[in-house]
Structure formats: C-alpha cells, structure tokens
Write a protein that binds this ligand. Structure first.
Ligand code: ITT
Length: 183
C-alpha cells in the first residue's frame, strides 16, 4: 500500500520508510508544506496539520511532528525545535547548557495518519537520554550528535539507522502506527 508522507525533512523520510518497508507499506514523500500552528503540544500541531492536508488532498497521508525537550531548560526547545535548530543549531543548545549539571532530555514524536475519509489516528513515542557536552557522530540529522539515549554510550548520530529506529521517539511512534494500520 502506498502512503504519502508530508515532510520536508529527508532524515525523517528515510527513518519512516525503513520502519514501514517490512510491513509492505511504500512511503513516498509529499512535498506540501502544511501550516504548523502555534500550539503547546505536538499532538495539536499534527492533528491540525492533518485536517488541513485532508481538505486539500482527500487521500491517506502521514505526518510527524517532533522535538527535543530539555529538562533544565523547562522543556525548551520543545515545540520550537525546528526553528531553534535552524537558528541556533546544536552549538546554540550546548552554549545554553554550558554550566548546567542536569543534562536530562527527551525526544518526543507524534506520528499522525489521516485516511481518505478524514479519519485521524495519532501515536506518540519518546526516548529519554542526556545532552552530552560536545557533538559526536555524523549519522542521523538535527540534534542527533548531542543526544545520547539512556543505556547507550553512543549518540543517535553514532548509531546506525536501524538501531536508532529501535529506541527512538520516531521509531516507537511509527511502529505503533504501522501495527494499527496493519490491523
Ligand atoms: P517537517 O517538514 O516534517 O515538519 P521539520 O524538520 O520541520 O520537518 P519538525 O517541525 O517536527 O520537523 O521539527 C522537529 C525538529 O526537531 C527537527 O527540525 C529536528 O531538528 C529535531 N528532531 C526531531 N526528530 C529528531 C531526531 O530523530 N533526531 C534529531 N533531531 C530531531
């Protein structure tokens, strides 16, 4: 079954394609920038985005809204992760955290699907870990080089995609979505 994934992020696209491929779903990119509303939660952003996309296309579409929530920064950059990554990058986050001992952080992902009738399914996933003191690794994308998941001594950027998908916020959210769709 072919499903379109509305995203402009090639890193997300690769990861989601790898999760769905074994289940027989063929994920193709839909290049259509939906409005990301100003909201407190990823779920609101996804559900409004899906409604907007459904009005335009009326076909099955998936989207992903995700972010990095840093405990000592009261959840920042959170729902602003994309903007902060573009403006400050990993370097800016490391600078903000220079003198902080509490390095706890969580990646969260909301995976959403709308079917041809406008019915929406949302699944969430998260991954706990710490923000290290300097960038490490060249894989992945975004904040991967500064995030080390619990029980690992590598950052997301040092893990291969399959290993990252097994423990990541996106992997967990989309695994759940994929199994619901499979039913
Ligand atoms: P879309 O077109 O899908 O919206 P985006 O990159 O703008 O792509 P988001 O709005 O969901 O994505 O913003 C999430 C940001 O959080 C993203 O830009 C990354 O910088 C970061 N992020 C999300 N998941 C990540 C991951 O698995 N590894 C590293 N950084 C991640």
């Amino acid at each position: 079954m072919k499903v379109l994934f509305a995203t402009g992020n090639p890193g997300k696209l690769r990861e989601v394609q790898a999760i769905f491929a074994p289940l027989g779903f063929d994920i193709e990119q839909l290049v259509d920038e939906y409005p990301e509303i100003q909201a407190d939660t990823l779920e609101e952003v996804v559900s409004e985005g899906l409604k907007w996309l459904w009005e335009r296309h009326k076909i099955p579409i998936i989207i992903d809204d995700s972010g990095l929530f840093i405990e000592a920064l009261a959840g920042f950059p959170g729902v602003y992760s994309a903007y902060v990554f573009k403006t400050l990058g990993c370097k800016g986050i490391l600078k903000q955290m220079e003198d902080l001992d509490n390095r706890r952080a969580e990646f969260r992902c909301c995976a959403g699907y709308v079917d041809a009738n406008g019915h929406i399914i949302l699944k969430t996933g998260n991954s706990q870990g710490i923000i290290i003191h300097e960038k490490r690794g060249s894989g992945g994308f975004g904040y991967d080089p500064i995030f080390m998941p619990d029980e690992f001594s590598q950052t997301f950027a040092e893990l291969d995609m399959e290993s990252k998908n097994q423990i990541s916020h996106r992997g967990r959210a989309f695994e759940e979505l994929a199994s619901t769709l499979k039913e």
